[in-house]
Design a protein around this ligand. Structure first.
Ligand code: ARG
Length: 277
């Protein structure tokens, strides 16, 4: 008990030290019970992954991207949430408290040590790979052009977007496609709206404040099922999603092993069935 006490106390102090970080937390998933009866309470080791907190991996995401990450009854859920928790646990680490922030803030939060792993349907790109490390790919996607299903705007290709107002979530590959259309002179720079999250973009689409948004196909399909929007056409970008970790975090090898195991034993298919079918 005495030995255990000193460890738990360290963990407790780390938790207190990480209070500034945990204020931004959306859900409390995957933690064991608190309190170990030694009078110190809270001995479950929720550090923020800095320094010696090597056994805990604090995952971060940007919700509002169903079915990968979204909130349901105030709880953070989704394909990425389950996949990341499964991978972290199988890799032999503890899942820290989820941090739910804007997509744009994920890479700075990761490199800054506030989170240890990004699970946010994040596409593996060369530019991002200069700043962070990616796991092996876990999902493939293209971009799509989403429009209102109540209006009469039904573009069949990029040139039909001429003179229209388009939108995307800041910092995404969808935003990169929007910027390309501006560069190519198809869309006017003044007709481009950037959103903190895609839920707001879809609302603007329904309200007629924007004519089209560029968004990952699987998420577009999900919105099309539940909202007054539909996919007009697809832009073949051939993207692959990866989990992100700091470049100097060698735990990524264990995460990759866990991801491979999750595929091999059918868990991956179960998750796909749960969230996409
Ligand atoms: N796959 C796209 C990208 O990496 C969009 C990801 C948006 N993810 C989110 N959780 N909002 O840029």
């Amino acid at each position: 008990m005495a030995r255990k006490f000193s460890m738990d106390r360290r963990a407790y102090l780390k938790t207190v030290g990480a209070a500034g970080t945990t204020a931004a937390v959306a859900g409390c998933l995957g933690n064991g019970g608190n309190g170990n009866g030694n009078g110190n309470g809270n001995g479950n080791g929720n550090g923020n992954g800095n320094g010696d907190g090597n056994d805990v991996i604090v995952p971060g995401t940007a919700s509002g991207f169903p079915p990968f990450e979204y909130t349901q009854d105030g709880e953070l859920v989704g394909f990425d949430v389950d996949l990341a928790e499964e991978a972290i646990t199988r890799a032999g680490y503890e899942v820290g408290d989820w941090v739910d922030i804007e997509f744009d803030s994920l890479i700075p939060s990761l490199t800054g040590g506030d989170i240890d792993l990004v699970a946010a349907a994040m596409t593996i790109t060369d530019e991002r790979s200069e700043q962070i490390a990616f796991s092996n790919p876990y999902y493939e996607a293209n971009q799509s052009v989403l429009v209102s299903s109540d209006g009469d705007f039904a573009p069949e290709g990029e040139s039909d977007l001429e003179g229209q107002v388009i939108g995307a979530q800041s910092g995404t590959t969808g935003a990169a496609e929007a910027e390309r259309l501006i560069e190519e002179g198809v869309v006017d720079g003044d007709d481009y709206r950037q959103y903190d999250n895609y839920t707001l973009a879809v609302e603007d689409l329904e309200n007629g404040n924007v004519d089209a948004i560029i968004i990952d196909v699987p998420v577009a399909n999900n919105f099309a099922d539940s909202r007054s929007v539909e996919v007009a056409f697809v832009i073949e970008t051939g993207e692959e999603y990866g989990l992100g970790m700091r470049q100097d975090d060698d735990r990524i090898g264990d995460i990759n092993d866990a991801l491979a195991e999750i595929r091999e034993d059918g868990t991956y298919e179960d998750l796909v069935a749960e969230y996409f079918e």
